[in-house]
Design a binder for this molecule. Structure first.
Ligand SMILES: Cc1cc2nc3c(=O)[nH]c(=O)nc-3n(C[C@H](O)[C@H](O)[C@H](O)COP(=O)(O)O)c2cc1C
Length: 409
């Protein structure tokens, strides 16, 4: 979901009275940054933890507290927000508010809004670990989650404000944002399994030195995250230094090209699509030194050999699985991409010229050409998260159609 897609969506951010309310300031900021219209409703208790003015400043909208009233002055009824909302996000969700929601109570504007809404409701519980483990809280949560439109994110295990340790800490704001975006995105990859590789590999020269490349893994991670938001079951195979996506999708860490090949081969058969965005080293030193090569020994004489071509290997065992490859070239990447498409039996090649300062390695933007059997589509300079959405759009178009009736996670 790009910022453009979020632009028209209204997220009602409900804040109940837990110590984690201060972390919802960051959540409100992230939601606004992602392009959502954010209307904050605080319970009376929440307003004792953080002042409404903070949220008003972060969202640019008056904040409703307790039974509300600010919007009523502008002619809005107590049920209007529930009707207008695309998502109600309760973060933090106290044990008390969860209990009220599970009973269908409507004794403040937040609970009234949830009851009057028809959109998805995402709750981010945060409380003392014994309060969370209490059978009553668990029963309340279960009751809500059994309803089609209620979803939960977290809580995490960790040090709690009360000094105890265990489950009860509100999820990280970035994680809550990702789950909110997933609920608001089209679920056109629901029920699909995708394997995505990202980042560089490292080929050891000796115990301290290696051969690698400048890939940051941002493009692959952006594709994995975009596919996850659109409902796919995603496994990311990530090389060294790749920042893990906040979504909590399955992430397998590898170092060398051989490790990457092993992890991908072990999973490829079960996938609907494999997207090889990693910059896998084409060569590795024939021999790896057992000890550090000393300066005094002079420049090492290194012989390189080819690593396994993962994509070509997958192409040979193709079946119905879709294969997406990346072609990073210095200069016009399209001829090499067309050649790669045919030679390796790939369905889509994402080609880019990495000699440009604003596209390719280590930057947030990319300028790519999408090459498939029908031809070449050249996209303008875009943020990598936007390029990722376009790649996922193509993937959806290429996958055989089927219906999924699963509840979204
Ligand atoms: C200092 C303090 C911290 C609290 N933290 C939490 C919390 O993290 N989670 C929770 O469920 N309740 C917590 N409570 C209890 C709630 O504030 C209390 O249940 C309140 O009635 C919640 O009201 P609300 O759900 O309408 O916001 C805390 C209370 C105090 C005094």
């Amino acid at each position: 979901m790009t910022t453009e897609d979020s632009r028209s969506k209204l997220v009602v951010l409900g804040i109940s009275g837990g110590i984690a309310a201060y972390r919802s300031c960051e959540l409100a900021r992230l939601l606004v940054k992602a392009g959502f219209r954010v209307q904050v409703i605080m319970t009376d208790y929440a307003s004792r933890f953080v002042g409404p003015l903070t949220f008003q400043a972060l969202t640019g909208r008056p904040v409703e507290v307790g039974h509300g009233g600010t919007l009523a002055q502008a002619g809005m009824d107590h049920i209007d927000l529930g009707q207008e909302a695309d998502l109600v996000l309760v973060a933090p969700a106290t044990a008390n508010t969860l209990a009220k929601l599970a009973c269908g109570m409507a004794d403040n504007l937040l609970t009234t809004t949830v009851l009057a809404s028809t959109c998805p409701v995402l709750v981010a519980p945060a409380m003392n670990t014994r309060m969370y483990a209490n059978a009553i809280t668990q029963e309340n949560l279960l009751k809500l989650l059994n309803l089609e439109r209620f979803f939960q994110v977290g809580p995490d295990d960790g040090d709690l404000a009360c000094g105890e340790f265990g489950p009860g800490r509100m999820s990280q704001p970035e994680v809550i944002l990702a789950h909110a975006q997933r609920l608001l995105s089209p679920q056109d990859l629901a029920g699909r399994r995708l394997l995505v590789s990202a980042g560089p590999t490292r080929e050891a020269i000796d115990p301290v030195r290696f051969l690698s490349n400048r890939s940051s893994g941002r493009m692959g991670v952006a594709v994995a995250a975009a596919a996850w938001r659109r409902g796919a079951d995603v496994t990311l195979v990530a090389g060294p230094g790749v920042v893990e996506p906040p979504e909590g999708l399955d992430c397998v860490r590898v170092t060398s090209a051989a490790e990457m090949a092993k992890e991908i081969d072990a999973r490829a058969l079960r996938q609907d699509a494999v997207i090889m965005a990693a910059a896998v080293s084409d060569f590795r030193p024939r021999r790896v030194g057992r000890s550090k090569h000393k300066k005094a020994e002079g420049a090492p004489d290194i012989t390189f050999v080819r690593t396994a071509d993962i994509l070509a290997g997958l192409g040979r065992k193709k079946s119905k699985r879709l294969l997406v490859g990346f072609a990073a070239e210095t200069g016009d990447p399209v001829p090499a991409a067309i050649d790669k498409l045919k030679r390796k039996k790939i369905d889509l090649v994402v080609a880019n010229d990495v000699s440009q300062a604003d596209a390719g390695f280590e930057v947030e933007t990319n300028r790519v050409h999408l090459v498939d059997a029908k031809g070449v589509e050249s996209l303008p300079l875009m943020k990598k998260i936007e390029v990722a959405e376009r790649i996922v759009d193509r993937l959806v178009g290429l996958l055989p159609k089927r219906k999924s009736r699963r509840k979204r996670r």
